[in-house]
Design a protein around this ligand. Structure first.
Ligand code: HEM
Length: 429
């Protein structure tokens, strides 16, 4: 595994005393305690992003939600101090990976970097292709894929132990999202590899990854244009607004890239974190086994308790904003810290306790693990459905499944902004 100290970003750690960098060992090794301590310092705390960008951490639940729905914060780096001429994380990534300038548009043009009205237009178009109906209709297929992968799980056991991550947690969501989008089976292992290269602290080690992905999607779009089917890619080609506006090729490429990467990397780690949480909380596991109808609520609680995404995309203040007793100046960056918001004792009673019966207060979803506001996760219902199927089917196939190592020996991937286990060794019976 790559170590943080090898990362080209590690030079920034500790450079500004009193302004913790997201790569700080304390924030990486125990984000619950690390960001929890910042949350108790205040709702808006000064820190640094991986590339040394000054950032305000929004640490508490109410303030995090406020920022996520406040139109005075924009996602486009054009609003960063310096009006887009300053170094942004995208500039840094281009530089580190040694990518030619024309790739900038794919990196900076994702839906997560957009503001209204562009964001509204793209989100409306993609929502026409990615409908709730499509997700619901998919459920039996998700269950079939899970059955299939789970049946083959024992084939991967070594001395009776199998790692859930490569043999179930990844194959399920990657198969689902690739089938949905229309990525041929033969290309799926490549996507798995590309995902791992990009979501790493050493993206510069694989400079070929990004150009390969872009070329691959362009080729796929050309192919599909020639013969439309009923997959999401065909739907994205077909959809248009009432005024006839369509998605451009570049928009489609960045969308497919975001959907496939966001659609499997995160879900795989929700499945892994969730299974680890259940196996280390035998009373909760027992409860779920005896009351399987708790599954949807259990998934909400597991998302709150051990959701895989800890930090959102950076936002930039488009004017001076007073928040939590702090003046955030125009152009300054903020990031709502989902992990500390979801464990904020001001909002959740006894937040460290995993309680699958926890009643969401008034809303179906009472956490910010999928974000909030206009960039709320587009795939949240798909991810929840996959997690429900994954937990339900794993326990149905292997009711006696248990951890093959002591809980304290579970190792995490040392990445800022996310919670990922390096492996999840299990005994199936
Ligand atoms: C946005 C988390 C699964 C596609 C987001 C955001 C979060 C998130 C926190 C908002 C980020 C921000 O505001 O800065 C997760 C988690 C998942 C998951 C924890 C799994 C457990 C998925 C899936 C898909 C997906 C399965 C697609 C199939 C997207 C897209 C956006 C997004 C396209 C951007 C939406 C926009 O900008 O309007 N996700 N996600 N996600 N997610 Fe997910």
């Amino acid at each position: 595994m790559t170590e943080l100290s090898d990362s080209p970003f590690s030079e920034f750690v500790g450079k500004h005393p009193g302004e913790p960098n997201v790569m700080e060992p304390g924030l990486i090794s125990d984000p619950f305690a690390g960001y929890g301590a910042l949350r108790e310092q205040g709702p808006v705390v000064r820190g640094r992003f991986v590339d040394d960008t000054p950032v305000w951490f929004i640490t508490r639940f109410e303030e995090a939600r406020e920022v996520l729905r406040d139109q005075r914060f924009a996602n486009s780096p054009a609003h960063s101090a310096g009006g887009g001429n300053a170094d942004t994380p995208v500039d840094r990534l281009l530089e580190i990976m040694g990518l030619p300038e024309h790739y900038r548009v794919y990196l900076s043009g994702t839906i997560l970097n957009m503001d209204a009205p562009d964001h509204t237009r793209i989100r409306r178009l993609v929502s026409r292709a990615f409908t709730a109906r499509k997700i619901t209709d998919l459920r039996p297929r998700v269950a079939d894929i899970a059955d299939d992968v789970l049946r083959r799980l024992p084939e991967h056991a070594v001395d009776g132990v199998v790692d859930l991550i490569p043999h179930f947690a990844y194959p399920l969501p990657i198969t689902v999202i690739c089938e949905l989008v229309g990525i041929p089976e033969a290309d799926r292992p490549k996507w798995r590899e590309w995902g791992t290269h990009l979501v790493s602290t050493r993206p510069e080690l694989h400079p070929e990854t990004f150009p390969e992905m872009i070329d691959h999607i362009h080729a796929l779009i050309r192919e599909r244009r020639a013969a439309l089917t009923d997959d999401l890619l065909s739907e994205l080609i077909r959809v248009h607004d009432d005024d006839g506006s369509r998605l451009s090729d570049v928009e489609m490429v960045t969308l497919v890239l975001t959907l496939v990467l966001a659609g499997h990397e995160t879900t795989a780690h929700l499945i892994t974190n969730g299974v680890a949480a259940l196996l280390t909380h035998p009373d909760q596991l027992q409860l779920l086994k005896s009351e399987p109808e708790l599954l949807p609520r259990a998934v909400h609680e597991l998302m709150r308790w051990c959701g895989p995404v800890h930090l959102t995309q950076l936002r930039y203040a488009t004017e001076d904003v007073e928040l939590g007793g702090v003046r955030i100046k125009k152009g300054e960056a903020v990031t709502p810290v989902l992990v500390s918001a979801n464990h904020d004792p001001r909002h959740f009673a006894d937040p460290a306790r995993l309680d699958l019966t926890r009643q969401p207060a008034g809303r179906a979803e009472n956490h910010v693990g999928f974000g909030h506001g206009m960039h709320y996760c587009l795939g949240a219902s798909l991810a929840r459905q996959e997690a429900e199927v994954a937990f339900g089917k794993l326990l149905a196939h292997y009711p006696d499944v248990s951890l093959a190592v002591a809980p304290e020996d579970l190792r995490r991937v040392p990445l800022p902004g996310s919670w990922r286990l390096a492996s999840l060794p299990l005994r199936l019976s």
